[in-house]
Design a binder for this molecule. Structure first.
Ligand SMILES: C[S@@+](CC[C@H](N)C(=O)[O-])C[C@H]1O[C@@H](n2cnc3c(N)ncnc32)[C@H](O)[C@@H]1O
Length: 480
């Protein structure tokens, strides 16, 4: 039997003492519900929606509840939906988000289930759904009693194994993504889906010209904290537990930055040397540009280009942080749309003039779902073709900016071959001056990296413990 929402004022059940001060925690839950609704119904990114809670003392708790709910939304939604008499999509978005967030708290938080239900009922008043508090109470109480059955993952009768749809629900991913992932990585896709639901490690990049791994470990342990150096990536450190950036020694002066280990491969793969002209073609917010500047001092020129002027300001902030103690690194910021032919770009982006070009292309971000679980809800199958069109154009035009004999690194944080090896393969087939280059001997290869027909793929949950990332190194033929 399902529970009906009649929009009537409920009798005051648990926590339903209208007019009283809400229970502690209800305001936190209500704020998390607003974030969930902003993602699910407003199509906003969780980072963007969470900005509105940045000044609150309970922001960490709001973030944990909201991201946890978003992570498991596609598993919880059908279960909660079974308890309603009408489609959950017909409920006001904040009320639907409250029911799923409440179910998340019951299923995944360490709080006693009674307390989670009580807080959800209290939160209904705070999100303007006081009249539905009886429904919230009834639905969540039934969810508590029946959740094992509601969330059951058993294959349908007569089926030996879980179908894509069941796997999608069990792992809380969109169906289209499970299908594409299984097709691309039949032996790895289940582990990737599981890894996407794990809490990501906090990984740091040390500027080894200012600070050794051993020095950092001493400073970090002196604070009573633990970390481990990543053996395959010099200067990369995984913290045993995430920490606020304010407590990380060296962060304020750029000796230390926050960057996943996979992203730390871009700069070394580019193999820049002092005296070279380097272009970071899709640079914002500048994590890789700063790495390039810190790894190779004495570049003749480093240009950070991006289509988005607001995001370019983040590159500026990154460099300001790195120069806080002393002026050490610099980059020229240029607003440019690299989907435009090289000849139409501004003067400083001359065809055939750069020794090195990095193309960290905009993509589906399907390799970083564990860090941004809202990607599961925001990304649609139809978005991929749009990303491909930009990737194709940016790669083609960025290659035009490369001088003969120069080196280009193409990368994405996508796990979909259509944005990666297939796209680069098509480019190499069409561009006679371009050829695939081998992995540089001087750069240690991460464990578990997949050597592809073109380039290399890192998958979440496989060996390196990093995000999912794709890299290809491309050379421009020398003029004969
Ligand atoms: C994956 S992000 C880059 C991340 C950055 N490299 C870092 O490590 O911090 C992709 C960037 O490409 C930019 N972008 C998207 N379309 C572009 C275009 N047509 N031309 C130049 N940049 C573009 C986006 O604004 C975004 O900042």
């Amino acid at each position: 039997m399902s529970t009906k929402y009649r929009g009537k004022r409920p009798s005051h059940g648990p926590g339903g003492h209208a007019g009283n001060k809400p229970a502690p925690g209800a305001a936190t839950l209500a704020a998390a519900v607003e974030v969930v609704a902003a993602v699910v119904s407003g199509g906003r990114s969780a980072d963007d929606a969470l900005q509105e809670t940045a000044a609150r003392v309970d922001r960490a708790a709001i973030q944990a509840i909201a991201l946890g709910t978003v992570r498991w939304y596609l598993r919880l939604l059908p279960a909660v939906g079974k308890l309603l008499q009408r489609p959950i999509a017909d409920l006001p978005p904040p009320l639907a988000a409250l029911l799923v967030t409440g179910a998340h708290q019951v299923e995944y938080s360490r709080a006693p289930v009674e307390a989670s239900v009580h807080l959800a009922v209290e939160a209904s008043r705070l999100i303007g759904a006081a009249r539905a508090s009886g429904l919230v109470n009834a639905v969540l109480r039934r969810f508590v009693r029946e959740r094992e059955e509601l969330l059951s993952d058993a294959p349908a009768e007569g089926q030996a194994a879980l179908a894509d749809g069941d796997i999608a629900r069990r792992t809380a991913h969109p169906h289209w993504f499970v299908q594409q992932l299984r097709m691309a990585w039949p032996d790895q896709f289940l582990r990737v889906l599981e890894a996407n639901n794990e809490h990501p490690p906090m990984t740091l990049r040390l500027d080894l010209s200012q600070l050794s791994g051993e020095q950092f470990m001493l400073e970090w342990r002196a604070l009573g904290r633990e970390a481990a150096l990543i053996d395959w990536r010099p200067g990369a450190v995984t913290l045993a537990r995430p920490a606020p950036i304010g407590v990380i020694p060296g962060f304020a002066t750029g000796r230390v930055s926050v960057q996943d280990a996979a992203a730390q491969l871009a700069a070394p793969l580019l193999q820049a040397q002092a005296g070279m002209r380097v272009l970071d073609a899709c640079a914002a917010p500048g994590g890789k540009t700063l790495h390039l500047a810190q790894l190779t001092r004495g570049l003749e020129q480093l240009i950070a280009a991006d289509i988005d002027g607001a995001r370019l300001r983040l590159v500026e902030e990154n460099f300001a942080r790195a120069n806080a103690a002393a002026p050490l690194v610099s980059a020229e910021l240029v607003r440019a749309d690299l989907t435009r032919p090289a000849a139409e770009l501004i003067e400083c982006l001359q065809p055939r003039s750069f020794d090195r070009v990095l193309v960290d292309a905009p993509c589906s971000s399907t390799g970083v779902i564990r860090r941004h679980p809202d990607i599961k809800l925001l990304r649609r199958a139809g978005d991929i073709a749009g990303f491909q069109a930009i990737q194709r154009a940016v790669l083609k035009n960025a290659f035009e900016l490369l001088r003969p004999g120069g080196r280009l690194v193409y990368c994405t944080c996508s796990v979909l071959p259509v944005e990666n090896e297939e796209l680069v393969g098509e480019f190499l087939a069409a561009e006679s001056r371009a050829s695939a280059l081998p992995w540089p001997l001087a750069v240690p290869m991460p464990p578990g990296i997949l050597i592809r027909p073109v380039g290399w793929q890192l998958l979440p949950g496989h060996g390196a413990g990093s995000d999912g990332f794709y890299y290809a190194c491309i050379g421009a033929a020398t003029d004969e």
